[in-house]
Design a protein. Structure first.
Length: 167
């Protein structure tokens, strides 16, 4: 795995940090960001007010990277879509993201598919869903959710409009 960020990724991070109004969607899929890259990205998200969508699929972010991004979500009011599919996220990541969702009312779509959240992560996210009404699309498929985890998420989702994916 590459530990240093590529020149292209560093250029995009500098544009985010400069609050470039033309950068509203960013796809960094399979860039091997890792936790360190996610931490750098999180620092730029704290100051950026134009980015609406961020795809970070398959970047080996792990719990540490998701924790950094969760902290940035608390300060960012522009991001509407976040895709963290297939990033080796576990219970700690789900807990931190849930804490951010409790205080962040801007995020509309969150993809956490193909991770390792399990029922404990589902419970943390369900608690956040009870106070966050802005999320209208949530993918938790392929996360080792058991019947209990799926049931608590389904109950927390309630009758809100939108889509909840659990399989």
């Amino acid at each position: 795995m590459v530990s240093a960020l590529t020149e292209n990724v560093l250029h995009l991070l500098s544009k985010l940090n400069a609050n470039d109004p033309h950068l509203v969607e960013l796809d960094l899929t399979m860039n091997h960001l890792g936790p360190a890259g996610a931490t750098q990205l999180a620092a730029t998200l704290r100051v950026n007010s134009f980015l609406r969508g961020l795809r970070l699929i398959n970047n080996h972010l792990r719990d540490e990277g998701a924790t950094a991004l969760s902290a940035a979500l608390r300060a960012n009011s522009s991001l509407r879509k976040l895709d963290l599919d297939n990033n080796e996220l576990g219970v700690a990541a789900a807990t931190e993201l849930a804490a951010a969702l409790r205080v962040t009312c801007y995020l509309r779509e969150l993809n956490l598919g193909c991770n390792e959240l399990g029922d404990e992560g589902a419970t943390a996210l369900a608690a956040a869903l009870s106070v966050n009404s802005s999320l209208s699309w949530l993918n938790l498929g392929m996360n080792d959710l058991g019947c209990a985890g799926k049931e608590i998420l389904h109950d927390a989702w309630g009758v809100r409009e939108g889509h909840l994916y659990l399989d």
